[in-house]
Design a protein around this ligand. Structure first.
Ligand code: NI
Length: 386
């Protein structure tokens, strides 16, 4: 397929996805449209266990000369509850939702890779699974895919993300961690309410909450090695409903992130210890709970070098990936499957998750060509026919 022809087609697909954002686990129209495009291109969509277990999202398969080895290319398909303010003529038509993290770019470029690989399937040294993953933004999408066992036979996995502030078309690849492990916590403080004029009759949950918020800031600033990257933020505080009543309880929520899974558990432990001590000091009860949303991404060292070489062989410029405290559930696949998560520069006026984020659609075919090359070359290497 001519690259100009592919680019033109991908731009049309992209604009449809951009206009029709759907949040995680609700990507029904998106999934249907992906299925339709794959069907038109004569590419097999897998049903079976994955179909039964994935409510949204899908997996397609391109079988080459042999069934094995199998490699996977992954994208995510969900959008965010953000109201678009990009000014694009093809802006979101769904009020309150936007593809503000480039997942429409990932989806479209993977469709392009599927078309390229399908054209050359007689020469592929194995099988490529194309994973259109739902619910990356905290909706448990990667876990749903793993639970479907659709990736059980996959030897290597590659995924991409837009890099908002890298120059257009630069490919970011680094071995090791590029995205942080993400923990989320919830704290419920139960005190005793009273008249605002008689605080001595209360066990004030707001006073306890404010002390706790301040104390928790010390976990990163005083307990963490300054050379370790970690962050802790309170993002949701709720208590009371009027000006002259001390309420019974308070709710706090937030997130902590680190570049090491053990560090994440350690921060949770310290936060729990602060809660316990604060409960005693302030004569309230404090219930602390947390969960790990994603682990730290971990790019395989040798495969990162392979991916960088593949990109360079296509004439692309490779730079180190920009590490960030944002999470990425691609990390879950990397626990059991060696893989690489790479980025492509968008030079966007605003960062991802911002209403003004703009994906550079001129890079769609470049991303598709690189994805296809990663699959083709890894199959050749795995089957000993490079
Ligand atoms: Ni994203």
């Amino acid at each position: 397929m001519e690259i100009a022809f592919l680019q033109d087609r991908l731009e049309r697909y992209f604009k449809w996805f951009h206009r029709h954002p759907e949040p995680g686990n609700e990507e029904l129209e998106t999934t249907a449209r992906i299925g339709e495009i794959l069907h038109e291109a004569g590419i097999e969509v897998l049903d079976g266990r994955a179909g039964a277990l994935l409510k949204t999202g899908l997996v397609a398969r391109i079988q080459g000369k042999t069934g094995k080895p199998v490699v996977a290319l992954r994208c995510d398909i969900d959008a965010l509850p953000v109201t678009e303010a990009s000014g694009l003529p093809y802006s979101s038509r769904k009020a309150g939702f936007m593809h503000a993290c480039g997942h429409d770019f990932h989806t479209t470029s993977l469709l392009g890779a599927a078309m390229l690989l399908n054209e050359e399937k007689e020469t592929l040294e194995g099988t490529v699974k194309l994973l259109f993953q739902p619910a990356e933004e905290g909706g448990g999408g990667a876990q749903q895919v793993l639970d479907s066992h659709i990736l059980d036979d996959v030897a290597e996995i590659y995924g991409l993300h837009v890099a908002a502030d890298h120059e257009r078309g630069l490919i970011g690849i680094s071995p090791g961690a590029t995205h942080a492990g993400v923990g989320g916590f919830k704290i419920i403080i139960k005190g005793k309410g009273s008249h605002g004029a008689s605080p001595h009759y209360s066990r004030d949950p707001i006073a306890a909450a404010s002390q706790l918020i301040n104390t928790a800031q010390l976990i990163i600033s005083r307990n963490t090695d300054p050379f370790d990257q970690a962050v802790l933020s309170f993002t949701h505080v709720e208590a009371g409903n009027t000006w002259n009543v001390i309420p019974e309880d308070a709710l706090l929520e937030g997130t902590f992130r680190a570049f090491d899974d053990e560090k994440l558990s350690w921060i949770a432990k310290r936060l729990q210890e602060c809660c316990r001590a604060m409960a005693e000091a302030m004569e309230v009860t404090i219930d602390f709970s947390w969960r790990m949303y994603t682990m730290v991404t971990n790019n395989h060292a040798t495969l990162s070098e392979f991916a960088a070489e593949t990109a360079r062989s296509l004439g692309l410029t490779v730079i180190p990936a920009q590490p960030g405290m944002g999470g990425e559930d691609f990390a879950l696949y990397q626990k059991s499957i060696p893989g690489v998560f790479w980025t492509i520069g968008m030079n966007s006026p605003e960062g991802t998750h911002h209403p003004g984020f703009i994906a550079d659609i001129s890079q769609l075919s470049t991303a598709a060509v690189l994805s296809a090359a990663l699959a083709r070359n890894s199959l050749a290497r795995l089957s000993g026919k490079p």
